[in-house]
Ligand binder design. Structure first.
Ligand code: SF4
Ligand code: SF4
Length: 214
């Protein structure tokens, strides 16, 4: 009876932990994914003779980053159902330890709760129903997202190789690229990179001035 109960209960993570570890991200910690569309734009800017990839005029506009669970990858969603809520990630998170609002454990639990809410909405109202809520703001606040130092300690500590950082980074992408809602400190850095090609406020022409200093 217990085995039959497992898939419908909070113990579902027992079954999902095996495939979740199998599909772990084996790339080096700290290696981030690129947005393909942005990478293509940069390549075209650097090489005007490059041929742009074909575009489907009927395709729906692509979202940059993630606002809700529908924007996350299937692995992110499987991560949320594999979480045992053990709290190892939060206990090593430097943001949490220093009193910030962030808890990677809560990020995973919020993702699962929102996923279940979306699933119930689909059952009751069909696949296109919009309940006016989203993972961002209704469950996870920008304050939590910007508290992350992207140190990967939570990923390292998780016993079933869950990656809360991937969700955090994708939601930050949405804030920056779709809402232009980066913190003021980052906006200053973005402007300097755009103007000077570096995060500092010096002109590229002055870069070698240090050679002539006494
Ligand atoms: S990557 Fe972010 S959420 Fe994970 S431990 Fe580091 S600061 Fe905390
Ligand atoms: S360490 Fe992994 S399993 Fe434990 S609460 Fe964090 S994400 Fe969930």
């Amino acid at each position: 009876m217990f085995l039959n109960y497992v898939p419908f209960s909070k113990h579902f993570h027992i079954l999902l932990s095996f495939p979740n570890v199998w599909y772990s991200n084996l790339e080096k910690k700290g290696k981030f994914t690129n947005l393909e569309s942005v990478t293509n734009e940069v390549k075209l800017m650097l090489d005007p003779s490059a041929v742009p990839p074909p575009v489907d005029p009927n395709a729906a506009p692509q979202r940059f980053g993630a606002k809700d669970v529908r924007d996350l990858t299937w692995k992110n969603l499987m991560d949320s159902y594999s979480c045992t809520e053990c709290g190892r990630c939060t206990s090593v998170c430097p943001a949490n330890i220093t009193g910030k609002a962030l808890s990677p454990r809560k990020i995973m639990m919020d993702t699962r709760d929102r996923l279940e809410e979306v699933g119930k909405n689909i059952d009751m109202h069909g696949p296109d129903h919009d309940d006016g809520k989203s993972l961002l703001n209704d469950y996870i606040t920008p304050e939590e997202l910007w508290a992350c130092t992207t140190c990967n300690a939570c990923v390292q500590a998780c016993p079933v190789n869950i990656d809360p950082l991937s969700i955090i980074v994708d939601m930050r992408r949405y804030l920056v690229m779709e809402q232009s809602a980066a913190p003021a400190e980052l906006n200053g850095m973005f402007t300097k990179i755009e103007n000077n090609g570096a995060p500092w406020q010096f002109s590229p022409a002055d870069r070698m001035n240090w050679v002539n200093q006494d």
